[in-house]
Design a protein around this ligand. Structure first.
Ligand SMILES: *Cc1c(COP(=O)(O)O)cnc(C)c1O
Length: 393
């Protein structure tokens, strides 16, 4: 691996995924390196949105049937499921990740109501921690927060009482990827029910949700899935649990016979019971269109290239004395963003932004750089590090 631009150009010209960059709307001269926060729009999105408005204006309420709006939460769910190793009929799309988390967590607790300890990842994204605390208060559970490194220890200490266990698959600060299959097995051995937050994994890491035995999972639609600001989130529930799932946020779309307008809730079969009220169709169709480039490129190929881009970045920053690589180097232990520790990360991110290099920072000293192989190239990485070098000088 070399640190010349010529090497990067050669590598980029032989890259079979290079064509997919054209499927994204990114301003000329801008390096979109924060797809871990908000992925850029796919070119298919404005087309899908204008199609949706046309359907709406031409078919009015018939769009629910004639244009497939009614089935969109399950249809888009199946497509997201394929990216995360979930067989069909186990994922629905809708609501925000926060709402889906509440629903997944309460449903998990209700699967094992006699188990009164809720274990939650102390390094998780704030929303997850707030919801774990709220669900514990609501249902009178004992909340035990633990670092992911000590999760096996926490499971052992509360053996016999462990119920729902909420974890993030990828640490949103450091980019560390946890051992989803191994930890899910450990949770099961302790008698618990796993709830994985895949917000930083979906579209980035081919999590094998079915093979890993994951019980419930949620994730947001606007990071690696590029569904747009406020894109609907998704909820995964393993088929073996469907008959027993009792969601706290129920709605008529999750009813066995929604148009009977009956007085009491009878859950639909399958994952449909995870639907709530009327889904956000415009956003759902935008998210659906955004999946096209990722599906065409293939999750495994995007993951492999993204890992290599990160390796390249590690090599390029190796001689920068003030920069420490926080993300694990082992490809099995990292997600798709790279975190660097350096002084004054906020000022550095601002200087980079003025140069068209869009990254994000976690104050005071962490800089997060997302190298999504779907639309980032070797020359982009080279140029970004060149800018970083100049900014640090
Ligand atoms: C991004 C993210 C969220 C965001 O939740 P919203 O309801 O979409 O705001 C939640 N959890 C994790 C782990 C995230 O990375």
């Amino acid at each position: 691996m070399e640190s010349t631009r010529g090497w990067a150009e050669k590598e980029a010209s032989a890259d079979p995924l290079a064509v997919f960059a054209k499927d994204f709307l990114i301003p000329e001269g801008t390096l979109a390196l924060n797809g871990n926060s908000l992925g850029p729009p796919a070119a298919a999105v404005p087309i899908a949105l204008s199609n949706a408005v046309r359907q709406w204006s031409e078919h009015l309420i018939r769009g629910w049937w004639d244009d497939g709006w009614w089935d969109a939460p399950e249809r888009v769910g199946d497509r997201i499921g394929r990216l995360m190793g979930a067989g069909p009929g186990q994922v629905v799309v809708g609501e925000s990740a926060s709402v889906q988390l509440f629903n997944a967590l309460t449903a998990a607790v209700r699967l094992v109501p006699e188990r009164r300890v809720l274990i939650a990842d102390a390094g998780n994204f704030p929303t997850d921690r707030y919801l774990a605390a709220s669900v514990a208060r609501l249902l009178g559970l004992r909340l035990v927060e633990t670092s992911m490194n000590d999760l096996p220890g926490a499971l052992a200490r509360h053996a016999g009482q462990v119920g729902a266990v909420l974890c993030g698959a990828v640490d949103f600060r450091t980019g560390e990827l946890w051992d989803v299959p191994g930890l899910t097995t450990a949770i099961h051995q302790a008698g618990g029910v796993s709830v994985w937050d895949l917000s930083h994994a979906a579209g980035a890491v081919p999590v094998q949700a079915d093979a890993a035995g994951v019980d419930l999972a949620v994730g947001c639609g606007y990071k690696y899935l590029s569904g747009g600001p406020g894109a609907p989130a998704f909820l995964y529930a393993a088929r073996r649990h469907h008959h027993a799932l009792d969601f706290a946020v129920t709605g008529w779309h999750g009813h066995a016979d929604p148009f009977a307008m009956s007085a009491s809730f009878v859950p639909a079969d399958g994952i449909t019971r995870a639907r709530t009220g009327t889904p956000q169709i415009l956003s759902l169709l935008a998210l659906e269109a955004a999946l096209e480039p990722l599906e065409a490129a293939g999750m495994a190929a995007v993951r492999a290239k993204s890992l290599r881009l990160a390796d390249y970045l590690f090599a390029l920053v190796a001689d920068l004395d003030s920069v420490e690589i926080v993300t694990p180097r082992d490809p099995h232990r990292r997600g798709n963003h790279v975190t660097l520790r350096l002084p004054d990360a906020v000022a550095v991110a601002e200087s980079l932004a003025r140069r068209g290099v869009i990254v994000d920072e976690r104050p005071p000293d962490l800089l997060r750089i997302c190298l999504n192989g779907l639309y980032i190239s070797w020359t982009d990485v080279y140029d970004a590090v060149t800018h970083l070098r100049e900014v640090l000088r």
